[in-house]
Design a binder for this molecule. Structure first.
Ligand SMILES: Cc1cc2nc3c(=O)[nH]c(=O)nc-3n(C[C@H](O)[C@H](O)[C@H](O)COP(=O)(O)OP(=O)(O)OC[C@H]3O[C@@H](n4cnc5c(N)ncnc54)[C@H](O)[C@@H]3O)c2cc1C
Length: 342
């Protein structure tokens, strides 16, 4: 029987799996609840080569980043729209300890391709940003307007008759149409689904602010404890928080807004106005880069999840591996294999 795939969930995971199936000419239907706020819709969308408190090179960035860039550019070309922005990211160092760490890290050969050797000096306008411990400017970095990617993809899939609003329970029959496989791409909510509640999720809520600010024309992304991302409409996004304990997934708490404003004051010296705050939940499986495969007792039920905080970077690579596993029976890398989490 020829494959015909029901994709449950139209976030970064489901949408990217759909594009990978389209590349292979395999029929599919995306079913999504069409909620106003989801992890993929509120994500900051950053793609960052050097990350975290340890200033490490993002895992396998040298291969996963070119694959992501080529994938998004090909979708942009097909849709005639632009949603992936290659922008330098300036990382301002928090304290002297981190500055010392950077002096050592920056000598490592693997880091060199991702650091601008001759950035503008001073690195940032110190009337606008606090940079007492210096910093560095990354290249091969950027951000994706995830909401724009999802929206443009949805419109395209609707025009092909393969995107519908609704809620699926995983049945292989959807509104009278029969599918060979149902692939769950439902993000953090999989932790509450009876078929997947054994997957060791430790998801984290995140809040981002939309701001009006005056950064004196700065168009790069600036980070010091929190990100400040310039948008095409002249506004900024600042964030995110990382909240492991939360009750309500999609309502920003006053504490998370306060936490972000404290961080923002450490980064940005100017006046600003908060226009909005949004919250989503990142689907995280600790120590995993993502998780893909088939349900152990339901071989027609697939799973693409666990994109964590790096959904934009990893979705094209993860979706390709899932589709190759589904269509070509190619083994999944151990790093991503759902079967190895039983
Ligand atoms: C505040 C914040 C900041 C972030 N910043 C970044 C960043 O800078 N860079 C980055 O790469 N990543 C970032 N992320 C992470 C990124 O957003 C996630 O990795 C990604 O969105 C996960 O996508 P997903 O498709 O797995 O899940 P989701 O986006 O949650 O999508 C799941 C979809 O499934 C639908 N659904 C659920 N159940 C059903 C059902 N039964 N039937 C039909 N539909 C269903 C939901 O409505 C939803 O549309 C951030 C996340 C947050 C919250």
């Amino acid at each position: 029987m020829k494959p015909r795939i029901l994709i449950i969930g139209g976030g970064l995971a489901g949408t990217t799996v759909a594009w990978r199936l389209l590349e292979r000419g395999v029929p599919f239907m995306i079913v999504d609840r069409d909620e106003p706020l989801t992890s993929s819709k509120v994500a900051a969308g950053l793609v960052t080569p050097i990350t975290g408190m340890r200033l490490n090179l993002n895992w396998r960035y040298d291969t996963i980043h070119p694959e992501a860039l080529a994938f998004y550019r090909s979708v942009e070309q097909r849709l005639g729209t632009l949603f992936y922005h290659e922008v330098p990211i300036v990382r301002l160092l928090r304290d002297e300890g981190m500055a010392e760490l950077w002096r050592n890290r920056s000598r490592q050969a693997e880091i060199q391709p991702y650091v601008n050797p001759a950035p503008q000096m001073p690195l940032v306008d110190e009337e606008v940003f606090s940079a007492p411990h210096g910093g560095f400017e990354m290249r091969h970095s950027g951000w994706m307007d995830t909401a724009a990617y999802l929206q443009a993809s949805r419109r395209h899939f609707e025009s092909l008759g393969c995107w519908q609003t609704g809620e699926s329970d995983g049945s292989l029959v959807w509104r009278g149409e029969v599918f060979t496989h149902a692939v769950f791409c439902i993000g953090w909510e999989a932790a509450r689904h009876p078929w997947f509640d054994w997957v060791p999720f430790r998801s984290a809520r995140g809040t981002v602010l939309k701001l009006q600010a005056d950064t004196q024309g700065e168009r790069r992304i600036i980070n010091r404890g929190c990100w400040l991302i310039p948008r095409a409409d002249g506004t900024f996004r600042a964030g995110p928080t990382y909240e492991l304990d939360f009750d309500v997934p999609f309502k920003p708490s006053p504490e998370s807004i306060l936490e972000l404003e404290v961080k923002l004051h450490r980064l940005y010296k100017g006046r600003y106005a908060v226009l909005d705050a949004q919250t989503g939940v990142r689907p995280i499986v600790p120590r995993k880069r993502a998780l893909i495969g088939f349900h152990p007792a339901r071989p027609q039920v697939g799973f693409v999840n666990g994109l964590g905080s790096k959904g934009v970077l990893r979705a094209p690579w993860v979706a390709r591996q899932f589709v190759e596993h589904l269509l070509d029976a190619k083994p999944v890398e151990a790093e991503l294999d759902l079967a190895q989490n039983l």
